[in-house]
Ligand binder design. Structure first.
Ligand code: NAP
Ligand code: HSE
Length: 441
């Protein structure tokens, strides 16, 4: 059987999983692909490190140039993480005509436009299924299975680590540090978990999904990002009492206010990632632990939902190997795709201030007559409706009362202006807790 040579850059959580499963499922892959995938070389930082899975020591190297120079390596799999070295490797691989497979969402979010332009220029495919939602085949779904659709919206829980942390804090009462340590031990977190926690890992994935869905590369400066790092147990509890689960949600929407309901070709696209109150009755509220879920609405297909493990060795290896299969097919004949095809149907991001949402607002206030009226008055002056107000009788540690408002839909501009005025009140003690509520309408 014809062999296809693979060079893997990185034998950590994901790289070792790819090596292990390509070997374990060799016969199945041979049957399905009609070629044999053979890992010829692997790049690591430390060749002496003990490894559970990987090629023989003689095939390990610390120089990524060795993958480029090896004529028997036809596919380069970048699983090192980081930006500079990975970008240099991918550029060199494309220039050398080697197909690239990567799971590096941070790199794609920052440099995707350049990488795919080079890939198209050199006619070398770049595949990236593992970059978003772990084992869920969401990239191929949007690019291929939903090709008939204008994408109206995408709602995704797409960071396994933060969802795992929120679940363990809510259901098992763990504190943040304990829950993060568990996620790291399971191999879910990034080498540096900062981006998992501050929302940017999910934001990188949202950029990839939005760019694929709408055909222009979305800039990192065009999206709103807030992580779970400022979320407090108090707000998770209040949300629970009000009938909501708090999830780190990526929201990508075409402008529904357009005459064509956002399904046409002229609207602004909103892309945001933030802790979000989701009604407990909505299916996304029950996505727990490391699981991810992505709800995609298309103008032809309607609602679709994709669910699976969003991080960790095995699900991510499954996604990488699906790209190896696609690469093997591409090597066998016509290149069907270069990974990302720009088109000009949408072209702009909606200004963040124009994004509309409902809001949960919790304020620590002095417990005296007139305070509620002052806050409600400001909210009203900014033309924001109040859906409900709760003031539990218990006070916080500093003896302040808690006012919890559920606010009607308003623009980010209105809400931020109202909040700025509220914080001028002497009776309000910062910081406020402002969370967005998704109604999925
Ligand atoms: P990891 O466990 O930290 O492994 C990184 C691997 O790359 C290690 O084998 C390391 O070598 C090697 N490496 C790093 N920098 C290198 C350099 N400059 N030169 C040579 N080798 C280098 O990372 P991971 O969790 O497998 O993640 C890898 C990539 O997949 C990242 O882009 C990540 O965002 C993405 N990803 C991860 C997951 C997940 O669940 N973990 C899921 C989807 C996507 P040593 O072994 O010698 O240290
Ligand atoms: N750190 C990422 C997460 C890995 O937790 O979702 C999968 O991309």
């Amino acid at each position: 059987m014809r062999q296809i040579g693979i060079g893997i850059a990185g034998l950590g959580t994901v790289g070792a999983g790819v090596y292990k499963h390509v070997a374990q499922n060799r016969a199945l892959l041979c049957e399905r692909l009609g070629v044999e995938l053979v890992v010829r070389r692997a790049i690591v930082r430390d060749v002496h490190k003990p490894r559970v899975a990987g090629p023989p020591a003689a095939e390990l190297t610390t120089r990524w140039q060795d993958l480029i120079d090896d004529p028997d390596v036809q596919i380069v799999v970048e699983l090192m993480g980081g930006i500079d070295e990975s970008l240099a490797l991918i550029r060199a691989a494309i220039n050398a005509g080697k197909i690239v497979v990567t799971g590096n969402k941070a790199l794609l979010a920052e440099h995707g436009q350049e990488i795919f332009a080079l890939a198209a220029h050199k006619k070398v495919p770049v595949f990236f299924e593992a970059s978003t939602a772990g084992g869920i085949p969401i990239i191929k779904t949007i690019r291929e299975a939903l090709v008939a659709n204008h994408i109206v919206s995408i709602h995704g829980i797409i960071n396994g680590t933060s969802n795992y942390i929120l679940t363990r804090m809510t259901d098992a009462g763990l504190d943040f540090a304990e829950a993060l340590a568990e996620a790291q031990a399971h191999g879910y977190a990034e080498a540096d978990p900062t981006f998992d926690i501050n929302g940017w890992d999910a934001a990188h994935k949202a950029i990839i999904l939005a760019s694929l869905a709408y055909g222009f590369w979305v800039g990192t400066d065009k999206i709103f990002v807030e992580g779970i790092d400022k979320l407090t147990a108090t707000d998770i509890r209040f949300a629970d009492e009000l009938g909501y689960r708090v999830k780190l949600l990526a929201i990508i929407k075409a402008d529904a206010s357009l005459p064509d309901g956002g399904a046409g070709n002229s609207g602004g696209i909103e892309v945001r990632v933030h802790p979000t109150l989701i009604p407990k009755t909505h299916v996304l509220a029950s996505v727990s632990g490391v699981f991810n879920a992505v709800a995609v609405r298309g103008d032809v297909v309607g609602e679709t939902l994709f669910y699976g493990r969003g991080a960790g060795q095995d699900p991510t290896a499954s996604a990488v190997i699906s790209d190896l299969a696609e690469a093997a097919i591409a090597l066998g004949g016509q290149h069907r795709t270069y990974g990302f095809t720009p088109h000009g149907l949408y072209g702009t991001c909606k200004p963040l201030e124009d994004v509309r949402s409902r809001y949960y607002l919790r304020l620590a206030v002095d417990d005296r007559p007139g305070v509620l009226a002052q806050v409600a008055g400001i909210v009203g002056q900014h033309d924001i409706g109040i859906s409900s107000v709760v003031q539990p009788e218990t006070h916080d540690a500093a003896d302040r009362a808690q006012l919890v408002f559920m606010l009607a839909e308003a623009s980010e501009r209105q809400m931020q202006a109202a909040l700025a005025d509220i914080l001028q009140l002497a009776c309000v003690t910062p910081p406020p807790a402002l969370l967005r509520v998704e109604s999925f309408s």
